[in-house]
Design a protein around this ligand. Structure first.
Ligand SMILES: Cc1cc2nc3c(=O)[nH]c(=O)nc-3n(C[C@H](O)[C@H](O)[C@H](O)COP(=O)(O)OP(=O)(O)OC[C@H]3O[C@@H](n4cnc5c(N)ncnc54)[C@H](O)[C@@H]3O)c2cc1C
Ligand code: FES
Length: 343
């Protein structure tokens, strides 16, 4: 059985089967709904249900509360249609025009940037480049059908290699394999590009980048792209890590700040050691941003990437501090759930 979905305000429409999410059906048919984790956790795919009936199974996904459902909101990556639907969704122009494909890649280089962070350079076949927007991510397809998401850390003008920053997760199957076993010349299959975390090029407002841990990866790609494009508006990079060792490319960020008059870099350490505590920022990264802009965040575009808890805390705190919510762009590094497999 299938149902008709009408999208407002674009007036587009598409069919959705009873056995697929509204988001999957939209993407399959070329309608660029916003999304992030596709697991029900990050809230990026949230939109409004104007009419019709949706089903989420026994429990609501973590990214959607009962109050939001009552207020007419829906989480399209998890929602199944039970009738024809009218939905309100802001479709993405640019990312939707890109081709999502599977590419075989070869590990060209593997280097440890910190004890628990590996940088991989994946070589694309010469005849099979992947077009992407700075800040998007790829899924690495594992042999058993599972997939693992990692952000692209380089800019698209430099697309012969795909650069990834992979943090070891305690007990993590794939990230453990990357640390201990994966070697140069091994083959990895990636699918991409995915995601809506990319620089909105038309905007001329000052930019705040908030990275947590390896959330620096897509932000590095965006900043390198912005610099290549000659973007001149003020840029403020805040990188939140546990301790100094977490700033695995701190020199690069310091170099940007030294060479570019419109670029500022702030490292914010949540667990500073006593010898560092006096000369570094300490505390939570989103709180440092609020402290630095006491007159509010209304005039900024804010890009946040890293642990879901940081991304959500930033959204809530910045909203209360004058941020225009449509100007908050985020990538939450949600965990893959066991059931999520490659097609
Ligand atoms: C859009 C997106 C982009 C991402 N980009 C990056 C990136 O650029 N760099 C990067 O290092 N990571 C990134 N991540 C997170 C990354 O996908 C996970 O860390 C990875 O899937 C873990 O795989 P695993 O097989 O090692 O762990 P699993 O075997 O799947 O998990 C093992 C255990 O660790 C927990 N766990 C899983 N992931 C995490 C995590 N991220 N943090 C804490 N605990 C976790 C699980 O709940 C489980 O208990 C991204 C995630 C998303 C959704
Ligand atoms: S994409 Fe739906 S909640 Fe993350």
């Amino acid at each position: 059985m299938s149902f008709l979905v009408r999208i407002q305000p674009s007036g587009h429409s598409f069919m959705v089967g009873a056995d697929e999410s509204v988001l999957d059906a939209a993407l399959r048919q070329g309608y660029a709904f916003p999304y992030g984790c596709r697991n029900g956790g990050c809230g990026t795919c949230k939109g409004r249900l104007l009419s019709g009936v949706l089903d989420y199974g026994t429990d609501l996904p973590p990214g959607l509360s009962q109050e939001e459902v009552d207020a007419g909101l829906a989480l399209f990556c998890q929602a199944r249609a039970c009738s024809d639907l009218d939905v309100e969704v802001k479709e993405i122009g640019a990312a939707g025009e890109l081709d999502i494909r599977i590419h075989p890649t070869k590990v060209q280089k593997k280097e440890f940037l910190a004890d628990d962070v590996v940088r991989l350079y994946l070589k694309m076949p010469d005849t099979d480049r992947m077009q992407f927007l700075a800040g998007q991510y790829v899924d690495i397809l594992l042999k058993d059908g599972r997939r693992r998401s990692f952000s692209i850390a380089n800019a698209p003008h430099d697309d012969a290699l795909v650069e990834l920053h992979i943090r070891h997760v305690d007990g993590g199957d794939f990230t453990g394999y990357v640390m201990d076993t994966l070697k140069e010349t091994d083959i990895l299959r990636i699918e991409g590009p995915h995601g809506n975390f990319y620089l909105r090029e038309g905007a001329r407002r000052p930019l705040i980048f908030m990275a947590g841990g390896t959330g620096f990866a897509p932000i590095k790609g965006i900043i390198e792209h912005a610099l290549a494009e000659g973007v001149t508006q003020p840029m403020h990079l805040y990188w939140g890590v546990r301790d100094e060792k977490g700033l695995y490319l701190g020199e690069l960020a310091r170099k940007w700040a030294k060479n570019l008059p419109h670029f500022q870099f702030h490292a914010v350490l949540s667990e500073a050691s006593p010898q560092h505590a006096s000369n570094v920022r300490t505390g939570y990264v989103h709180e440092a941003i609020i402290a630095d802009f006491p007159s509010g965040l209304a005039n900024f575009d804010i890009y946040a990437s890293g642990p879901p808890v940081m991304v959500r805390a930033g959204f809530d705190a910045f909203s209360e501090h004058g941020m225009v919510q449509d100007r908050y762009f985020s990538d939450a590094f949600e965990f893959q759930r066991p059931g999520v497999t490659a097609e």
